[in-house]
Design a protein around this ligand. Structure first.
Ligand code: NAG
Ligand code: NAG
Length: 440
């Protein structure tokens, strides 16, 4: 009954928002990128399944399906730099490296499509890619047609060697050719933030006509400070970044560092919580065979994905910072009478602080719905009895936040309070007036 009601509410929200039929990315993108897992590693016979080549990509496609990643939403496999040959063919078309893709791109795209997955590919706006393969400058139309001809679903265009003065107009021009070649191809730009915000005035309307998702800051590296750097940049520019992300167009904060050797699982949780709250693309890039059970559970966390894919309201923002704790928040569905549900992340910036216990009343976060909220501790074990609690505006939330980690909550507006109370008076157990436990 509850499920049906929530479904109807969601449906209503979808149809009453600015949803347009021809939007490509109805919700922010989820997928896997070859970059951190395979990079430019040469393909040698004994590890064809662990490099950027036909076998390697087919192996990842199988793993995405078999391990349940596709079915929770990770549908894009993105071939990053190094898939190309060093030279264009006789007709000036980009061609794949023959050692990596001996049968060309068609069988790879077919294989991926037959698994009900989508294929992304990389190129550069300038003369060369970051790894010195041919870039698309001078060949925008030809390259867009080549990718369309292969059946590619997503094109990531980096700007490693692009000339500063032409970046905006070139991105727009490339986008026009991409959409002309196939309106269904997703166009993702990836230009450095300093160009984006400090030296250029971007015509977002023109860019957004063709571009579906855009990187807004430097790469996430193999350390906590690079993740904090992206978060801080977003927070600094959040008014603009939230404003431009809507109508099926999304900010991209770069790949998830989960599984990197310089990143702890707590840091990975903090990154994914904020990424999902600001509705960045969720693209992980570690070889799936190297992910631990815990890392896989983090990526496939049901609440995380639900919040990430909820498009009823604007992306989230940093609410405030208190000592080393950053508080991030986002309104989500369902809503009622102008009151919203919320996703709230408490990020501990400090790597050496020990666990911080942060207490705050819900109303101090702006949660003032009189019937309260069903508050889910997103990362608590599924079977833990305190995972979901009923809380009211004056209830104190106790967040336990590990060093460079996160406490992540979903506060669902309690619109069915009367039903539950009447149907099952034993449903609620009260404990000393402060926390009300709510056991399903
Ligand atoms: C991090 O926590 C440690 C231990 O409590 C403290 O000494 C240090 O000053 C904190 N660092 C920052 C940047 O707050
Ligand atoms: C919860 O599940 C975990 C993993 O399945 C198990 O180890 C643990 O004992 C369970 N805890 C409770 C309270 O049931």
């Amino acid at each position: 009954m509850l499920e049906i009601l929530i479904f109807l509410i969601n449906l209503q929200i979808i149809y009453s928002s600015n949803y347009q039929q021809d939007e490509l990315l109805h919700t922010p993108l989820m997928g896997w990128s070859s970059w951190a897992a395979f990079g430019c590693n040469p393909c040698l016979a004994y590890h064809y399944d662990k490099c950027l080549c036909q076998t390697g990509i087919e192996t990842i496609a199988n793993l995405l399906v078999d391990e349940g990643f596709r079915d929770v939403g990770y549908r894009y496999i993105i071939l990053d730099d190094c898939w190309q040959d060093k030279i264009r063919d006789d007709a000036y078309r980009l061609q794949p490296n023959k050692n990596r893709f001996p049968n060309g791109m068609w069988p790879v795209v077919d294989y991926v499509h037959n698994k009900n997955l989508k294929l992304g590919i990389f190129t550069d706006l300038g003369m060369f890619s970051g790894q010195r393969f041919p870039g698309s400058k001078g060949f925008f139309k030809l390259d867009a047609n080549t990718f369309a001809n292969w059946g590619v679903d997503y094109i990531k265009v980096s700007a490693a060697s692009a000339k500063k003065d032409n970046i905006e107009s070139d991105y727009i021009e490339f986008g026009i050719y991409i959409k002309e070649a196939n309106r269904k191809m997703i166009y993702a730009t990836s230009w450095p933030a300093y160009l984006y915000f400090y030296e250029y005035t971007i015509n977002y309307v023109a860019l957004k006509n063709t571009c579906d998702t855009w990187r807004f800051y430097y790469d996430t590296g193999n350390d906590w400070s690079s993740i904090l750097g992206v978060m801080d940049f977003y927070a600094e520019k959040q008014a603009q970044l939230r404003h431009i992300a809507n109508d099926g167009k999304w900010n991209d904060a770069d790949i998830l560092a989960i599984g990197f050797d310089g990143i702890t699982n707590d840091q990975a949780k903090a990154q994914i919580a904020v990424w999902c709250l600001i509705q960045s693309s969720l693209i992980f890039s570690t070889d799936i065979r190297k992910l631990t059970f815990e890392q896989k559970s983090i990526l496939k966390n049901k609440e995380i994905i639900e919040i990430h894919q909820d498009i009823s309201t604007k992306p989230g923002y940093k609410l405030f910072q208190h000592n080393c704790i950053d508080v991030w928040i986002r309104t989500i569905s369902p809503s009622s009478d102008g009151y919203f549900s919320y996703a709230i992340a408490f990020v501990n910036r400090n790597e050496s602080s020990g666990t911080v216990i942060y207490h705050i009343e819900l109303r101090d976060l702006g949660l003032d719905y009189i019937n309260g909220y069903e508050v889910t501790d997103v990362f608590a074990p599924e079977n833990s009895s305190s995972r979901v609690q009923l809380m009211f505006p004056h209830t104190k939330l106790h967040a336990y936040i590990k060093p460079s980690g996160v406490a992540f909550f979903k506060a669902k507006i309690n619109i069915n309070s009367n039903n539950n109370l009447n149907n099952n008076p034993l449903f609620l157990t009260f404990s000393n007036n402060e926390i009300v436990r709510y056991n399903y």
